[in-house]
Write a protein that binds this ligand. Structure first.
Ligand SMILES: [Zn+2]
Length: 58
């Protein structure tokens, strides 16, 4: 009897595709107190332009 080889496609199903998903966090500005969703590379308020802080997550 001949054994049939099974095709293993390991490169097609990569499970860590969702790792690079950008996450918005709601941060409240210390100056104008507006709450807005900010991406990790944003660090200024969208309303008044002052610096926002990651520890101010709303
Ligand atoms: Zn502001």
């Amino acid at each position: 009897m001949k054994k049939q080889e099974e095709k293993i496609s390991s490169k097609e199903n990569s499970p860590d595709k969702q790792n690079k998903h950008l996450v918005k966090v709601n941060i409240r500005c210390r100056k104008c107190f507006m709450v807005e969703g900010y991406l990790p590379d944003e660090n200024t308020c969208k309303h008044c332009g002052s610096i926002i802080y990651r520890i101010d997550i709303y």
